[in-house]
Design a protein around this ligand. Structure first.
Ligand SMILES: [Zn+2]
Length: 472
């Protein structure tokens, strides 16, 4: 039995993404169902009433193919839909239209953290309705409601090979996939809104072993952070089970974010339980090679290419480029700042350090950010002041010229001389420490100067002046 830490995780992903179409997969109902009264965004087709006939949404097929091409998949020119039969209250017609043995595409790859992760298949299906439980948890709910607004939403499933080896890689896979779906216009892929649902198949094995362990399938994950936490938890749980001489049971496990643990939901079905068979109400599809070639030619610049270009053309580091290129809008924002005349490096650093950690980082217009950064770069204001103006920008939306009016960085040695004198006089211990060779003592002294000037001193100048005085 391996020691703790000698286990290797083997993770494959199944990701479902809503496609950005005007209407549902097989009917004319609209797709912006979020926030609508329950069961108001439905028709006989997506309600699953007997006697109705589905009609394939061409745009959904196109978006699925574009996504598959962007994921380096081979497109299958002959494809068909199948019925996946199962009974559940959110699926009134008793089957889901999906794809089984002839998916639209196979055998692609996606680069994640510098390595290629295999894409097994990308196929198209319809989403189910949704159960709403009264009470937070199914066990404690005394009733459940069915809302079919989501029923029939165009849904693309992306299945990966079990090539991922850590929770971080699983999360980065989902983020990279979101970047691609947004870049090709396939969908918003917002996990919090349920537009992207990631399930991770997790097993562990002794490091160096080629055999696969028993896997569990993790569900109920609604953010990238939850994906990371769930996989991390599950790897540790499986190791604990095996180290205690118990077995990992093949099952579906839910993730409880408040409790930060996975819990058993149900034992896993195997494929034949679904009794797949060709959907008799839909014709098989045959794609013209020319159309596929056109779709391939129409693909925009994808995140990997954008990342390379940000390095080669803009001079960003690999690290900066990786953080910025994954999201089309973020990368566009940076390039807009550059177009507005800012040097790429400091603009990238500012975005990474000050903007991206915020909830809605890009609500501030690029022109305003550029105005702010120009002042910072020119030394008219210091970093702390710029940060304070940025906070105000997010809060009030007022223009920088107004917010930064009156703010000024003291970059005049004469104006700081008096402050330097009094700070040195008031901090004899730090001064003595510095003179005794403890150079780090300069930090708190700079801090005192900043404090004494209400944050408006040029910190580099303050530091230089202090050093000059101390070394005199
Ligand atoms: Zn409908």
């Amino acid at each position: 039995m391996p020691e703790a830490g000698e286990w290797e995780a083997v993770i494959g992903m199944e990701v479902h993404a809503h496609l950005k179409t005007a209407s549902k997969m097989f009917c004319g109902c609209g797709t912006d169902y979020l926030g609508k009264p329950p069961n108001s965004n439905v028709c006989p087709v997506c309600l699953g009433l007997p006697g109705t006939l589905p009609v394939i949404n061409r745009r959904a097929v196109e978006l699925c193919l574009k996504s598959a091409l962007a994921l380096n998949c081979e497109i299958q020119l002959a494809t068909k839909f199948d019925r996946k039969n199962y009974y559940y209250p959110d699926l009134p017609k008793g089957y889901q239209i999906s794809q089984y043995d002839l998916p639209m595409s196979r055998a692609g790859w996606l680069e994640v953290d510098g390595k290629r992760v295999g894409i097994t298949r990308v196929h198209l299906e319809e989403d189910t309705g949704r159960l709403v439980h009264a009470g937070d948890r199914l066990e404690s709910a005394d009733r459940s409601y069915v809302d079919l607004n989501r029923s029939g939403m165009p849904l693309m499933e992306v299945v990966s090979e079990p090539d991922l080896r850590s929770a971080a890689e699983a999360r980065d896979f989902a983020m990279a996939l979101r970047g691609i779906l947004r870049a090709v216009g396939a969908g918003e892929a917002d996990m919090e809104k349920g537009q992207l649902r990631a399930e991770a198949n997790v097993s562990i094995r002794p490091r160096g072993s080629e055999e696969l362990g028993v896997k569990t399938e993790l569900k109920n994950i609604n953010s990238f952070r939850a994906l990371f936490n769930a996989v991390e938890y599950e790897i540790k749980r499986q190791a604990r089970e095996l180290e205690a001489g118990r077995k990992v049971v093949q099952e579906t496990r839910g993730w409880s974010e408040p409790e930060r643990r996975t819990f058993s939901q149900r034992s896993k079905e195997v494929a034949q339980d679904y009794r797949y068979f060709p959907e008799p109400d839909l014709p098989p599809l045959a794609f013209a090679p020319d159309w596929i070639a056109d779709l391939k030619g129409s693909l925009p610049e994808l995140p990997a290419a954008r990342r390379e270009r940000l390095v080669s053309e803009r001079g960003l580091s690999e690290y900066q480029a990786r953080l910025l290129a994954g999201d089309l809008e973020v990368a566009d924002y940076l390039e807009e700042l550059v177009r507005l005349g800012l040097p790429a490096q400091p603009a990238a650093n500012w975005m990474i350090g000050e903007m991206l950690p915020r909830d809605e980082p890009l609500v501030v217009a690029a022109a305003e950010t550029a105005e702010l950064l120009r002042r910072l770069e020119a030394g008219a204001i210091n970093r702390d002041q710029a940060r304070a103006v940025l906070d105000q920008l997010y809060e009030t939306g007022k223009p920088v010229v107004e917010l930064a009016a009156g703010l000024e960085q003291i970059s005049d040695a004469g104006a700081l001389a008096g402050v330097i004198d009094s700070v040195l006089a008031a901090n004899p211990t730090a001064v003595a420490d510095f003179k005794a060779g403890k150079e780090a003592a300069i930090g708190p002294l700079v801090g005192k100067v900043m404090q004494a000037t209400g944050g408006s001193a040029n910190p580099k100048l303050a530091r230089d002046l202090l050093l000059a005085r101390l070394k005199r």
